[in-house]
Design a protein around this ligand. Structure first.
Ligand code: PLP
Length: 347
């Protein structure tokens, strides 16, 4: 793997955080409509939310143009990434993915005995789909694609990916993690969920943590062929980790198109501001289709984390291809100003 992450020392005493830009969260959520729904849900907390879960699944299935048998719910998409990894790799095999990419599924797969076939991204940080296809062998149980990708923020175009998924899913299931897809502005993005109607063996993971601003409320789902959902649910049950509260919040936020549009707009504006400030200071960055930006830094990740934290700014630091990089989430405009201010220490 080309990526190594740096962390603050355990005994580091950080001042109050004024800009939390380390977890790609939505600074505007949860939407007021969801907050009201949560308050409403509390009084039902003595009951199992079977019917309400069923209704939410129906609503999601309708939105995605599939049947409810195609949908499995989880407390965040992490839960589903992990369940798929556990079930598919409990007897070994390998998983093919880009490097760098989001590591949740791969780490769990490795921990139960799978090997990771890491395929370097192309120069523009998009997926090298040709090389990924060539990496698939008889032991490959899954291809994992995170699009837009984390930690790079880069995108692989929908057209290319549709073609790849259509063909390669004839040989092996393809898991497409679309956590950030709603935030991709100005790119050819399309969900791979349409391939389910064409009977393709793809699995699409979506989350309420990003565009809906509900990372702490924990709702996600995956859409896949009913046989695939059955295979996973035989061993690990879906939906049991979701509370009345999260169901009500999810349903309300799905309806709140204003909130989603506003998040997209504010994220885009704050990102443009960040780009301008990085340009002024000579930092080159990877154009991002998400709510975070990755850029190389001419000092160590350890120095970055320490000096940022001392100013109350939380970011992430990675070594990628043995060079140090900063990943900064897009927060509010005030948070981005705090970040840019703190970056001034390094020039
Ligand atoms: N997938 C990607 C690409 C992510 O970046 C994240 C979280 O940051 C997740 C999945 C998991 O998110 P959650 O479990 O909150 O749905």
């Amino acid at each position: 793997p080309m990526v190594r992450e740096h962390f603050l020392p355990d005994d580091f005493k950080a001042p109050k955080i004024i800009a939390k830009l380390n977890a790609n969260e939505n600074p505007y959520g949860p939407p007021m409509t969801a907050q009201k729904a949560v308050a409403e849900s509390v009084k039902y907390g003595n009951r199992y939310a079977w019917k309400e879960m069923y209704d939410l699944v129906e609503k999601i299935a309708k939105k995605e143009g599939v049947t409810k048998e195609h949908i499995m719910m989880g407390p965040g998409s992490s839960d589903l990434l992990e369940k798929v990894a556990l079930v598919l790799f409990m007897n070994g095999g390998n998983v093919v993915s880009a490097d760098p990419c989001y590591m949740s599924l791969i780490k769990v797969a490795e921990s139960v005995g799978a090997t990771w076939k890491a395929v370097p991204c192309k120069d523009d940080w998009s997926h090298d789909l040709k090389a990924m296809e060539a990496a698939v062998d008889k032991d490959t149980k899954l291809v994992y694609i995170c699009n837009p990708n984390n930690p790079t923020g880069a995108i692989t175009t929908g057209k290319e990916l549709l073609d790849f998924c259509s063909r390669v899913s004839e040989k092996v299931p393809i898991f497409v993690d679309e956590a950030y897809i709603e935030l991709a502005v100005g790119a050819d993005t399309q969900s791979m969920v349409s391939l389910l109607q064409k009977n393709k063996n793809v699995i699409v993971a979506r989350t309420f943590s990003k565009i809906m601003g509900m990372a702490g409320i924990r709702v996600g789902y995956m859409a896949a062929q009913p046989e695939f959902i059955e295979q996973i649910s035989k061993i690990t049950r879906g939906g049991m980790g979701i509370s009345y509260t999260s169901i009500f919040a999810a349903s309300a936020s799905m309806d709140d198109k204003d909130f989603q549009g506003n998040t997209r707009k504010l994220n885009h504006e704050a990102k443009q501001y960040l780009y301008t400030e990085l340009d002024k200071r000579g930092y080159k960055y990877i154009p991002s289709y998400t709510n975070f930006v990755l850029f190389p830094i001419p000092f160590s990740g350890k120095e970055l984390l320490g000096k940022m934290a001392a100013k109350g700014v939380a970011v992430r630091a990675f070594d990628i291809q043995d060079k140090p990089w900063c990943r900064v989430s897009i927060g509010t405009m005030d948070e981005m100003k705090a970040f840019v201010g703190a970056l001034g220490q390094f020039s």
